[in-house]
Design a protein around this ligand. Structure first.
Ligand code: APR
Ligand code: PHB
Length: 390
């Protein structure tokens, strides 16, 4: 039997960051991850960080590589077929720049820090089950290399993503879920080519397109696609042609194309589970909520959840009050719903919805024109895109 203070389920960015910050406060944890480390590091996810996320990562000693390799930008360009563009200028309107730095890189940095500090991470932990969550003595069981294991702990952190076991361990009569699924997906590619000058969100009658960046020789591009799209039907040539067709010509000319090194389709979903706590189980990150990728809020939300949870556990172990643990769900959800609304709104604004009437298309166009003409409208969008303070 093994003991720890906090058993952390899931070794993605949420679980790893939590175990790192707890370690800085002298709190012991064990991370249980179902996959191998290579699998976790091979996943390609979003990569735009709010200033608050960057600041937090610096504060906990994870800023060195990020400050070397991250691409700072003042905002994101929105283009609209036949209507020109508008800049979501987060420096002008919110006094905060954004940074492109991939989730893969953050995960690598976190593994390096946990290895250096002797952090305990169990990979290929299967059949994880949570027990005694509403008692004072919760424990976690799992199987490793075919043999059953048990960890006794004081708290369980559910950082195991949307498909994990943690949220499903909360009784159905306690948990409320809210969900919206969108009638399209994103086909994304990674290519070892210099990125475009700006991050670009493009609306076009053929569908939404996005140009993003990872580092000076690594770019990420997406196009809105049908959910059933098979990436095999999209050779690179076809992808680049479609991507460029959705951009204004003068920008399309500046795209540097090259062979893709990854190509995949992602569905779009909005999802929130409430509350984010049940007894001694606390959910953080994708286990509690999913945002559609438009706006790149997913990772930033995982980081703010972890910030609130680490702060609450630190107060508990310092012998202070449990007030922050009591209010964790409420505090985290306030920020979660804000990001849900922004991601839902940007998704609606920028995509082509198969069911939309001509009236709805006019509303969407007018909304974009309003952003182009009104400092107030753009100020509001920029403030939310830059990320509301933790
Ligand atoms: N037992 C142990 N580990 C599990 C289990 C389980 N039953 N189920 C899932 N996991 C692991 C997954 O293999 C994954 O490594 O939990 C981890 C969850 O990581 P993420 O899905 O990356 O979620 P999170 O850490 O909350 O990070 C949120 O990921 O999806 C993006 O947009 C999202 O960028 C955001 C970030
Ligand atoms: C990405 O870089 O993968 C990315 C950027 C912006 C988004 C979504 C994804 O809105």
């Amino acid at each position: 039997m093994t003991k720890t203070q906090v058993a952390i389920i899931g070794g993605g960015p949420a679980g790893l960051l939590l175990s790192h910050i707890l370690h800085l406060h002298g709190i012991d944890s064990i991370v249980l991850e179902r996959q191998t480390r290579a699998y976790v590091l091979g996943r390609i996810r979003a990569g735009v960080l709010e200033f608050g996320t960057v600041q937090l990562l610096r504060d906990v000693g994870l800023g060195a590589r990020l400050d070397r390799e991250g691409l700072v930008h003042a905002g994101t360009l929105m283009t609209w077929q036949g209507e020109g563009s508008a800049l979501i200028d987060t420096v002008k309107y919110a006094n905060r720049p954004m940074m492109a730095y991939g989730q893969t890189a953050i995960t690598e940095d976190l593994y390096a820090a946990r290895d250096r500090d002797g952090g305990r991470i169990v990979h290929e932990a299967v059949d994880v089950a949570l027990h005694g969550l509403t008692s004072d003595h919760p424990f976690v069981t799992y199987t490793k290399d075919g043999s059953p294991q048990r960890i006794d702990c004081e708290f369980v952190a559910g950082c195991d993503g949307f498909h994990g076991v943690s949220r499903r361990s909360i009784p159905a009569d306690v948990l409320r879920t809210y969900e919206q699924v969108y009638p399209f997906g994103w086909l994304g590619i990674m290519s070892e080519t210099p990125p475009m000058k700006d991050l670009i969100y493009a609306h076009h009658e053929r569908g939404f397109a996005l140009a993003s960046q990872r580092n000076p020789m690594l770019s990420r591009y997406y196009i809105q696609c049908e959910i059933e799209t098979d990436p095999a039907d999209w050779p690179d040539e076809r992808f680049w042609d479609e991507f460029k067709a959705r951009l204004p010509q003068e920008l399309a000319r500046t795209v540097v194309t090259g062979p893709s090194i990854e190509k995949s389709v992602a569905p779009l979903r909005s999802f929130v589970a409430e509350p984010m706590r049940h007894g001694r189980l606390f959910l953080a990150g994708d286990s509690a909520h999913i945002v559609p990728p438009t706006g790149a809020k997913g990772l930033n939300l995982a980081v703010s959840d972890v910030h609130y949870l680490a702060r609450a556990l630190e107060a508990h172990y310092r012998g202070g009050s449990d007030e922050l643990l009591q209010s964790y769900s409420r505090t985290a959800l306030q920020r979660v719903w804000g990001a849900e609304r922004l991601s839902w709104w940007l998704t609606r604004l920028l995509h082509v919805f198969p069911q939309d009437s001509a009236f709805e298309r006019k509303m969407r166009l007018n909304e974009f024109q309003y952003l182009q003409r009104s400092e107030h409208a753009m100020g509001s969008l920029s403030e939310q895109y830059a990320g509301l303070p933790f």
